[in-house]
Design a binder for this molecule. Structure first.
Ligand code: ATP
Ligand code: MG
Length: 243
């Protein structure tokens, strides 16, 4: 077969392929997570059921220690629950190997971590391109540049993180999380380091991206007043989730 041995061209475009609106991205059924055992056991999640669709922004709010980061780690297949099941686009993952889970993670998820975490020695553009390398995608400077323009920081390609504002850094971190067209974007306290105005602008950006790129965006925050910017508010209290 001519051409069968040539390298596939990974020509990434910014917009994902057309797909049905509001597809179910994530499903949790009766998920629990317990850290430790015996008298010292901490029940971080207790019987959580959840369905999340693409094309919308869900806010998971709750006080410190209520289980938000634990829930996000389970949703992102970074951590196995102690009981219950997690499905990503309908696929149950609990009995799959770690390497399979890791490839599901690489293909489907983008993460915006608490504290932003841009690499200080790399420019804005290099930080975005780094996500491609981590995901094993060929470096597409064109995609990185268009993502930076998409989140409103086109002019920061060559700037180091120390010379950006907190809000600009967060936008670069969002562009980085979107590299490779993930279908699910998870963000842990993405506004914690920002003032009110930048926090609102970041949430507005995330909601707009959820719609235009048909991504399931899930934000966790202790600040339930951010629900103004969300399509859906879920509240965690002592490991229990209610809508
Ligand atoms: N690795 C761990 N080992 C033991 N207990 C843990 C571990 N990680 C979290 N916990 C406990 O599980 C509970 C939920 O923690 P989690 O980090 O999910 O809360 P959170 O809602 O994200 O809190 P915060 O708003 O402070 O980030 C807490 O009681 C915490 O102390
Ligand atoms: Mg947390």
């Amino acid at each position: 077969m001519p051409g069968a041995l040539t390298q596939p061209q990974t020509k990434l475009s910014l917009h994902p392929a057309p797909r049905p609106a509001c597809e179910t991205a994530l499903e949790l059924a009766n998920v629990s997570k317990t850290y430790g055992s015996g008298a010292g056991a901490v029940h971080a999640l207790r019987g959580v059921d959840l369905h999340i669709g693409t094309g919308s922004l869900s806010l998971i709010a709750g006080p410190s220690g209520s289980g938000k980061s634990t829930l996000l780690s389970v949703l992102g297949c970074l951590m196995q629950p102690s009981a219950g099941s997690v499905r990503v686009f309908g696929e149950a993952l609990e009995k799959r190997s770690e390497s399979h889970r890791s490839s599901v993670r690489r293909v489907n998820f983008g993460f915006v971590f608490q504290g932003i975490h841009l690499l200080p020695a790399l420019t804005g553009l290099e930080n975005v391109l780094l996500a491609g390398e981590i995901k094993g995608l060929s470096a597409s400077e064109e995609q990185a540049r268009s993502l930076m323009a998409r989140v409103g920081v086109a002019e920061l390609h060559d700037r180091l993180p120390k010379d950006m504002s907190g809000g600009q850094r967060q936008r670069v971190a969002i562009a980085r999380a979107l590299f490779g067209k993930p279908r699910i974007l998870l963000a842990d306290e993405p506004t914690a380091a920002l003032d009110r105005r930048n926090a609102a602008a970041t949430l507005e950006l995330l909601r707009e991206l959820s719609r235009s790129l048909d991504v399931a965006v899930i934000v966790v925050s202790h600040d339930r007043s951010l629900f103004h910017y969300a399509d859906r508010l879920l509240e965690l209290e002592d490991g229990r989730l209610k809508e």
